[in-house]
Design a protein around this ligand. Structure first.
Ligand code: ATP
Ligand code: MG
Length: 422
């Protein structure tokens, strides 16, 4: 049999990493709660149609990055590449958008068939945040302020905000034509990828990462000059709100997003600390998406944070592994084994916050002490035949010089609660 290996680009998150994830998730949830966002949990599989319709056939995601397959019923299903489409589907399906404002979030794995590299996996995790039913720039500003608060809460510095407006579908179409004219007249300078995009999704040429395309893109017409009045006003008001909140940003009129559903406000938070994959968070408005799914028009805006990239930016040095035991129970002999398991249960009943690890699997006391030490526990409780006879336990402190003591069974909870200050 071939060597056992995870699927390329999909990673195990091992025990020494999970405390970091928990720390990050807790911090994020804390901030989300401050803004009264509610969690929604969505399936990981959806009908392929949903993503094609929402994200757009000519996007990179739909045209080449989706994990799609037929199930036994011959329906085409796809592992979600992002969360907004599912969130919108759920909102429509459960009638969450009728005359209601919703502030929602979700977190979990996303799947894209991309070239694996630093900061780019095929299974990665996102926090998605969406607000439905609000059309004004105040919610745009509030979401950006929430991101800013998350960075501060996590003590992340050196993170920069780029904002742009993509206008309404009509003004975007107008700009698209102007852009096609520009790039067509510079066709010889376009790389292979951009030639395809010119046909299918010309705005995406602006998003090219190819350094040879830089000056051509720099000199391209700016979308800001073609914005409709409504979008220009919305964008100006947003900038005013951000200025007022003292949030620094750059206006980048070449910023486009990779998904078709965006219009008006779009933004990205980037950092210089991650190398080539420098976007940690990306978001924007998608006022037409719900209407395009045949439901009554509902304005919406959201963003997604790449958790793996965010983790790279957080100083995790002081995050403690939460599953280090307080107490290690050494058990010597068959009789002691029966009783030891019950004793540990009693400690859990009496002191729910104490983490007690029992020595399952036997072994000499010497060997058990080694395990106790390795576990990181502060206190070793020893239950051998002598102790069993006297209904006692021997207590050894593993991390400091205090002398060994014996305690009665009945004293165990009292003793541990004092010794551990729990
Ligand atoms: P990029 O330009 O880096 O490909 P994107 O525009 O495809 O990102 P979105 O679809 O908006 O990204 O997703 C939001 C965030 O999710 C990104 O900013 C990034 O932090 C993260 N992300 C996206 N794709 C991946 C991936 N393949 N691996 C790890 N993180 C990812
Ligand atoms: Mg991408």
């Amino acid at each position: 049999m071939a060597k056992l290996q995870a699927v390329r680009g999909m990673h195990d998150i091992l025990m020494h990493e999970t405390p970091n994830w928990e720390f990050l998730e807790k911090s994020i949830r804390f901030t989300l709660n401050q803004y009264c966002y509610k969690e929604i949990r969505l399936p990981i599989l959806e009908k392929t149609e949903l993503f094609k319709h929402a994200i757009g056939d000519n996007t990179d995601i739909v045209s080449k990055e989706m994990y799609s397959f037929e199930d036994k019923n011959k329906s085409s299903l796809t592992l979600r590449p992002e969360g907004t489409a599912s969130c919108v589907r759920a909102g429509i399906e459960h009638g969450l958008f009728y005359n209601q404002i919703q502030r929602l979030w979700y977190m979990g794995p996303m799947f894209r068939y991309e070239k694996p590299q630093k900061g780019r996996q095929r299974q990665f995790h996102q926090l998605g945040v969406e607000a439905f039913g609000l059309s004004g720039p105040d919610i745009d500003a509030e979401q950006i302020m929430m991101c800013d608060r998350m960075w501060k809460q996590l003590k992340i510095k050196n993170i920069n905000l780029q904002i742009n407006s993509l206008g309404t579908p009509e003004s975007r179409l107008n700009y698209r034509n102007i852009l096609v004219d520009y790039f067509s007249s510079n066709r010889n300078d376009l790389d292979e990828d951009s030639l395809i995009r010119l046909e299918k999704n010309p705005l995406r040429i602006l998003d090219s990462k190819n350094p040879d395309m830089k000056s051509l893109i720099k000199n391209a017409p700016n979308i800001s000059e073609y914005l409709d009045i409504e979008s220009a006003d919305h964008f100006a008001e947003l900038r005013e709100l951000l200025d007022h909140a003292n949030i620094k940003y750059n206006t980048d009129s070449k910023l486009v997003r990779g998904l078709d559903y965006y219009g008006k406000t779009v933004y990205e938070w980037t950092t210089r600390e991650l190398g080539a994959q420098d976007t940690v968070c990306a978001g924007g408005r998608y006022d037409d998406l719900i209407k395009n799914h045949g439901s009554s028009p509902t304005p919406a805006i959201g963003f997604a944070i790449g958790i793996e990239r965010l983790l790279e930016l957080v100083d995790l040095e002081n995050v403690v592994a939460k599953n280090t035991p307080h107490v290690y129970l050494l058990i010597a002999g068959d009789e002691a084994r029966k009783f030891g398991l019950l004793l540990a249960e009693e400690v859990r009943n009496q002191l729910p916050n104490v983490k007690i690890l029992t020595n399952c699997g036997g072994g000499s006391l010497k060997n058990q002490f080694k395990k106790a030490d390795k576990s990181g526990a502060e206190i070793a409780l020893i239950l051998g035949e002598n102790e069993l006879e006297r209904k006692q336990l021997t207590v050894k402190y593993l991390r400091d010089e205090k002398p060994q003591v014996t305690i009665k069974y009945s004293e165990i909870s009292n003793f541990l609660s004092k010794a551990l200050s729990i």
